[in-house]
Write a protein that binds this ligand. Sequence first.
Ligand code: PLP
Length: 393
Amino acid sequence: MPLNPSILSLPPSYLFSEIAKRAKEKQNSGQKLLPLGIGDVTAALLPPIAKAMSECASSMQEEIIGYQSESGTSLLKERVAQFVSSPKTTICPSWIHIQDGAKPIFARLLSIFGRKTRFASFTPAYPAFYDAAFSILEEPSYTHLPPCLDTALKQLEESPPEVVILCSPNNPTGEVFSKDFLQRLVTLANRKNFLILHDAAYRFFLEISPQKGDLPASLYELEGADSVVIEIGSLSKSHGFTGLRLGWAIIPPDLKWPSLASSLTRLFASTFNGACCIAQAGALAALDPVNREEAKKIALTYLKRANLLARHFEQKGWVIESSPFTPFVWMRPGKESLKKDSWELFDLLLERYAIISTPGVGFGPQGEGYLRLSGFAKQGDVDLAIERVQDVL
Ligand code: PLP
């Protein structure tokens, strides 16, 4: 059976599968394991979301809901368009393609590209970007851009890729790119003909932050973005949909590659049969402006937990490098003598405190020597972690 040769070049298991395997080995040690690794939500679903879904499910006892549009109901597209529009940018409902979450959308999008597509990504980055490119395309090339943004822009100017992958606020660092940098990037993409794929899965955490200022939540706020940017959104982290599955792609009709937008619509129709109708009913309730304040409270709780962990580990000698716009803590040991590789640091936290973290190197080579902790954890687990970690590293 001829397999896609590039998938064989990936490590045998996905980052979070490897973490789960190592944590399982530790499970019988008697100490409660504290899951601060994977960024999965823990807060209860908001009642109006649960109610809308249960009503949708019950209604099917009277009248079945069958196949629907592969890009979502008109009503939900309108509501998503309102949610992602702002005084600085208007997104049309017809640009919205509702699907089952950011990760599968990203993978489906990639399958439109040629087998040797050249990608460039800001790193450290969500590992699924790299893994999807190598799982789906036969001979992709993938460049990790340098952390200095001026150098990255210079590199993109001199050796332009075909697709730049961007995530702002970034996972794992929480970095949010400035308006000035993003405008330069969009202008360069127009001039050098590359597409920008922006994963905006953490956008809500930036929008609700009192420190947001004029940082762009969407790339469409920038001049010329409609012709070079596809943006992906998700309700996973902002509204507790990691298990329910609901996300969207924003595909402007005026992308500068003549048949790209229509080919993507065609691709989605061939590969997807619509997001679950119950999840869509829940999403309608989630995005009803009357429920925004409650969703905001939950998101602020996650940010607060990340901040609690960050301040505690800082006191214990760790250097914190994450921004205030992320529910994650991105950190490394402060002392030169303690510098270990990421998996050694992961084992250290697991062995000494039974804390499950995420090794930074899983987010790309620039994450080596770092760990990520998740503020999505339950308050009790965050408190216990703080109680257990008492030695100064
Ligand atoms: N994009 C980023 C940057 C993520 O960190 C994650 C999950 O951790 C996802 C996408 C997954 O989103 P979804 O649950 O909508 O597939």
